[in-house]
Design a protein around this ligand. Structure first.
Ligand SMILES: C[S@@+](CC[C@H](N)C(=O)[O-])C[C@H]1O[C@@H](n2cnc3c(N)ncnc32)[C@H](O)[C@@H]1O
Length: 189
């Protein structure tokens, strides 16, 4: 599976507004996100999904946007400022010491990992970190690009998440790419 990290110039392409025709944030996240939620978005890049998520959680919610690249986060910060949404968005850079999510353990209602898992070499650690951050009953939506990730590779990824304790759920509707909704069931907490 490809594990090359998306460079910043692609980050700009990902902001293309025409992308909404195939990957509409409101349609994708509508069944999962409502006002007041705490949302975690690993692999946020320059925030194609982050700003719509921030609008969906409203002034009483927050979006924790995580990336490993400073450039992605600095552009996202500027865009969030301009859109008047910076107060709801927390930018975090994953460093060599790990994801740094201990302070939000068990607090996240919903996590969105869109087109990022195939870039992560250590998927066990990734799913473990998201598992710890989610509250019991919280959900993780994973979407991967068909062009980069085969059906078999996506199944392997899901198996890692299931080994950690996530349960697969039916998606409320087709949302594109290779997608799965994973729940941290209350009984597993
Ligand atoms: C292909 S981009 C997708 C960005 C965004 N989710 C979207 O769909 O527009 C993948 C992003 O994930 C980030 N990334 C790669 N490995 C990561 C990791 N271990 N944790 C968090 N972000 C990561 C990259 O820096 C890049 O910004």
């Amino acid at each position: 599976m490809a594990e090359r990290v998306c460079p910043p110039f692609i980050g700009y392409f990902l902001l293309n507004p025409l992308r909404k025709i195939v990957e509409n944030p409101d349609r994708i996240f509508g069944p999962f996100v409502c006002e007041g939620m705490t949302v975690l978005e690993p692999g946020c890049a320059m925030g194609f999904f982050t700003l719509p998520l921030a609008r969906m959680v409203g002034p009483s919610g927050r979006v924790i946007a995580l990336d490993i690249q400073d450039k992605m986060l600095s552009v996202l910060g500027r865009r969030a400022q301009k859109a008047g949404l910076i107060d709801r968005i927390e930018l975090r850079r994953i460093g060599p010491d790990g994801y740094g999510l201990d302070d939000i353990s068990g607090q996240v209602d919903f996590a969105a990992a869109i087109h990022v898992v195939h870039e992560i070499p250590d998927k066990d650690t990734f799913f473990n970190e998201i598992w710890k951050a989610l509250r019991p009953g919280g959900r993780l939506l994973v979407m991967e690009p068909r062009g980069h990730v085969s059906r078999e590779q996506f199944e392997e990824t899901q198996a890692i998440a299931e080994k950690i304790g996530f349960k697969k759920e039916d998606l409320p509707k087709k949302i594109g790419g290779r997608s799965v909704s994973l729940i941290k069931q209350e009984t597993n907490a």
